[in-house]
Design a protein. Structure first.
Length: 346
C-alpha cells in the first residue's frame, strides 16, 4: 500500500503541560488528531471541573486557527476527590473521565491516591454514572520489581476493584505487558487499553543500546521483547478493546539528561507516522483505522470524526529538537526520519 486513508484519528492519552510548553506542543497533536483525552497531572493537578474548564480554554488558545481540534478533559483523583463536583463535571460534559495515579507512580503522582480502598465510594459513583476510570496501572512498592509493577497492579488492585464494581468501565492506560493485553479483553466491553508508539516500536534493550538512552525512558518502563510482541498483536488485532493513546509526555532536554531524569517520550510530532510504521511491519494497515479512529470513540461514546486524512509512503526527516524556554524537547526519532507523511490538502 503506497497510501492509506482513514478518518481523522483520536489520541486517547496526551500530556500537554501548561504555559509556554503547552503553547509549543499542542499544535503537534492538533495537526494530526481530531481530538485528544488530556491528562490532568499538572502542578497543581486538575482536580475540579472549574480547573478543567480553565485548562481547556488555555489548550484551545494554543490551537492554530486553521485546525479543528477538540481537547477532552480528565479529573485527577486524590484522597480528597469531591464526588459531587466530579459527577457534575461529567454530566455537564467538562470531564470525559477520571484518572487514577497511584501515589508516586510517575511524574506529578505525588498528589495521587494513597489508598484505593479509601476512595471506593468514588469508584461506586463513577460506575453508577457510567464515567470511565483511567488507570496508571503500576503498583509501586519497595518489594516489587519495577518490571513487574503492572502485573502486580492488575492482580492486587484492578481485578478486585472490578469485582467490587461490576459496572465500572475502565481504560488501562499505556499497557506494557502480555498480561496487560490479556486483562483488557478478559472483561469484554467494559475494559479497554491504550498502547503507546514506543511500547510497540521498542523493548527494554533499546534503553541501553550503545549507552543509556534517557529519551526512551518512560513510565511504565519498556519491557521484554515478548511483551512488545504481545502488544503488537493486540494493537493490530482489530479488537475494540485496544486503541491509540500516545502518552506523549514532553520534558525539556535538561530534565531528561539529568542525574535523576524525568520519565516521558515526546512522540506528538511523529505519532501517527510511528504507529503506521508498526502496522505496516505487521501487514495490518487494513486494521489501522479501527485502532486509531474508531475503537476509542466507541468506548468513550462519541462519534468517530467524519473527515478523512491520507498518509503517503514517503520518508520525512524529523527535527532534532523543538525549542522551548531556553531549552529544547527531543522528539521520538529526533534527527532521524519516518517512512510516512501526512498528505497536505491542496
Ligand atoms: O513516562 C511517563 N511520563 N509516564 C507517565 O505516566 C507520566 C508521564 C509524564 O507526565 O511525564
Ligand atoms: Zn501518561
Amino acid at each position: 500500500m503506497e497510501s492509506i486513508t482513514f478518518r481523522r484519528p483520536v489520541d486517547l492519552h496526551v500530556h500537554f503541560r501548561d504555559g509556554s510548553m503547552l503553547d509549543k506542543v499542542v499544535p503537534f497533536t492538533a495537526r494530526q488528531f481530531a481530538r485528544a483525552i488530556v491528562m490532568p497531572n499538572l502542578t497543581p493537578p486538575v482536580t475540579s471541573a472549574a480547573m478543567a474548564q480553565a485548562y481547556r480554554q488555555r489548550i484551545l488558545a494554543a490551537v492554530p486557527d486553521d485546525l479543528d481540534f477538540t481537547p477532552m478533559m480528565t479529573c485527577y483523583l486524590t484522597d480528597q476527590t469531591d464526588v459531587t463536583d466530579l459527577l457534575a463535571g461529567y454530566r455537564d460534559g467538562i470531564f470525559a473521565a477520571a484518572k487514577l495515579y497511584p501515589a508516586h507512580a510517575t511524574t506529578n503522582a505525588q498528589f495521587g491516591v494513597t489508598s484505593i480502598a479509601a476512595i471506593d465510594h468514588v469508584f461506586a459513583a463513577m460506575a453508577d454514572a457510567g464515567m470511565p476510570l483511567l488507570t496508571h496501572g503500576e503498583l509501586v512498592r519497595h518489594d516489587v520489581d519495577i518490571f513487574d509493577r503492572e502485573q502486580y497492579f492488575l492482580d492486587e488492585v484492578l481485578a478486585p476493584l472490578l469485582e467490587r464494581h461490576p459496572t465500572l468501565r475502565l481504560v488501562l492506560e499505556h499497557i506494557t505487558t502480555s498480561e496487560g493485553a490479556a486483562f483488557a479483553t478478559r472483561y469484554g466491553s467494559r475494559v479497554a487499553a491504550t498502547i503507546t508508539p514506543q511500547h510497540l516500536l521498542f523493548n527494554r534493550n533499546a534503553l541501553f543500546e550503545g549507552g543509556l538512552r534517557p529519551h526512551l525512558y518512560c513510565m511504565p518502563i519498556l519491557k521484554r521483547a515478548r511483551h512488545q510482541q504481545a502488544l503488537r498483536a493486540a494493537a493490530t488485532s482489530g479488537l475494540p478493546n485496544f486503541f491509540l493513546g500516545t502518552d506523549t509526555a514532553p520534558h525539556v532536554r535538561s530534565a531528561k539528561e539529568a542525574d535523576c531524569g524525568c520519565a516521558g517520550v515526546f512522540s506528538a510530532p511523529v505519532a501517527v507516522e510511528a504507529y503506521l510504521c508498526v502496522f505496516d511491519q505487521e501487514a495490518a494497515l487494513a486494521r489501522f483505522e479501527a485502532f486509531a479512529s474508531l475503537n476509542g470513540p466507541a468506548f468513550y461514546g462519541f462519534p468517530p470524526d467524519q473527515q478523512l486524512v491520507t498518509y503517503i509512503r514517503q520518508r520525512q526527516p524529523v527535527a532534532l529538537s523543538v525549542a522551548v524556554d531556553n531549552d529544547e524537547i527531543v522528539p521520538l526519532f529526533g534527527g532521524g526520519s519516518v517512512d510516512w507523511t501526512l498528505r497536505q490538502k491542496v
